[in-house]
Design a protein around this ligand. Structure first.
Ligand code: ASP
Ligand code: MG
Length: 432
């Protein structure tokens, strides 16, 4: 164990503009005596903006793609103007970073969509970390910019790459550990990695938390902290519910359960590596850095209030055989094979004699492609625009409040958890 090493992760909201970056620097001032690896996301909504550029490019709308790129670049320059004034090398640095996108969108798109996605969208993190590292140095906090692609090695499943742990550990031992013996902080990108052919990959949307956990694991960090715009982990999304309270402590297991089913506070893959090495995870507020936040660790009492996670954009597919036979094991084998091929993420499933029902994340056209893949042998019925509601440690009032005004299409109940796939009831049904 390296007792002084901490990994901090700052998400998009914490670096969304010049004042936000100043605030991050203020927080970091307090940690000057410590060894810190600082993982930073793209600024504000940059990733979404870069996705729009890609979409325009994929449709062959070069002018639109260029205009959108100019807008995103300008937003970064404006922040730099505020932070550094006019004369600073950051502008050249940013030009070098963004020129990668220019090159891509000037050509017709021939490479696979997911590959191009990663090449374009990764630029958000490269730009934000260049700015944050430059600003820390600008105000006298020594910071070394580290390319995460030299550390995190992945397979080449673009947009959802899997970490190659052995190689990643070797890279971190070889590159990052010696760097940490030097003075100053290390600033690196969340969300991005590199395939063995040296192409940029990404770990999935909101994957910066996971990046920080990978680094924490490989460095045996003393702790990891995620700095967010909420006071800690809350019992439900405060934008959707009233009477939400902060949890002071949470077990790894509880955190995994909730984040897996749509509690957006932490990326679901984050917890496991930390749990394996008993590294505590703090979720803290960058607005109120002195606040106690939430500590996610191993030893926690089992007494939790009801906690609610809602996953939107769910689709339900009811599958039955065309020859009216029962859905048996060889059918399931075929269905799961197609689900894996089309990268369908199954959140819930139920099997009856004549049908098999799955609830999946409705991403791009994956459901359609999956249905096409099985259509020869199966009849399918699709329902979209649904929500998956997960309640841990449920009680009657919470359940009732979540069921009111909803049509429940699928549900499942175990000792600690209720899950239901719902849609809003038509107004008529709600009366009486
Ligand atoms: N910038 C990426 C995203 O918005 C990764 C992250 O924020 O964690 O999805
Ligand atoms: Mg984010």
């Amino acid at each position: 164990m390296n007792p002084t090493l901490k990994v901090f992760k700052f998400g998009g909201a914490s670096v969304k503009d010049a004042d936000a970056i100043r605030n991050v620097a203020n927080i970091l001032q307090q940690y000057q005596e410590e060894k810190l690896v600082i993982v930073v996301s793209a600024m504000g909504k940059t990733t979404n903006a870069l996705e729009e550029i890609l979409k325009a490019h994929a449709k062959g709308k070069m002018e639109e793609a260029k205009t959108l790129l100019t807008k995103t670049k300008q937003a970064h320059y404006d922040i730099c103007l505020n932070l550094f004034g006019e004369a600073h090398e950051i502008y050249d640095t940013l030009n070098d970073v963004f020129v990668e996108i220019e090159w891509v969108i000037e050509e017709e798109m021939i490479d696979p969509y997911d590959y191009v996605y990663d090449q374009i969208v990764s630029v958000g993190e490269l730009a934000s970390t260049k700015i944050v590292a430059a600003y820390l140095n600008h105000i006298g906090l020594k910071a070394h910019w580290q390319d995460a692609r030299d550390l995190i090695l992945t397979d080449n499943l673009y947009r959802e790459a899997w970490v190659q742990w052995t190689e990643t550990q070797e890279n971190i031992d070889r590159i990052l550990k010696p760097q940490l013996k030097q003075e100053g902080f290390v600033v690196t990108q969340g969300f991005i990695g590199s395939s063995s052919e040296n192409f940029t990959t990404t770990l999935g949307r909101e994957g910066s938390d996971y990046s920080a956990a990978i680094l924490s694991f490989c460095l045996d960090a003393e702790s990891m902290s995620i700095w967010k715009d909420v006071p800690g982990v809350l019992t439900a999304d405060p934008r959707l519910f009233k009477n939400v309270t902060k949890l002071d402590r949470l077990s790894y297991r509880e955190a995994i359960e909730m984040t897996y089913y749509g509690a957006k506070v932490i990326h679901p893959k984050t917890i496991k590596p930390l749990q394996n090495k008993s590294i505590p995870l703090y979720v803290k507020s960058f607005i109120d850095p002195e606040g106690s936040g939430t500590c996610i660790a191993a030893d926690v009492d089992d007494l939790y209030p009801p906690m609610i996670a809602i996953e939107k954009d769910q689709a339900l597919v009811r599958i039955s055989t065309r020859d009216f036979s029962f859905v048996a094991e060889q059918h399931l084998k075929h269905i799961f094979e197609q689900a894996a091929t089309h990268r369908l993420q199954i959140n819930m499933m139920q099997n009856t004699a004549i049908s098999f029902v799955i609830c999946v994340n409705d991403i791009d056209d994956r459901v359609e492609r999956f249905m096409e893949g099985i259509q020869e042998a199966y009849q399918t019925v699709l329902e979209r625009g649904l929500e998956l509601v997960t309640i841990r440690h449920y009680n009657k009032p919470t359940l009732k409040s979540l069921q009111d005004g909803k049509v429940i299409l699928l549900d499942e109940r175990s000792r600690n958890t209720v899950q239901m796939v719902t849609k809003t009831a038509p107004v008529l049904e709600r009366i009486g």
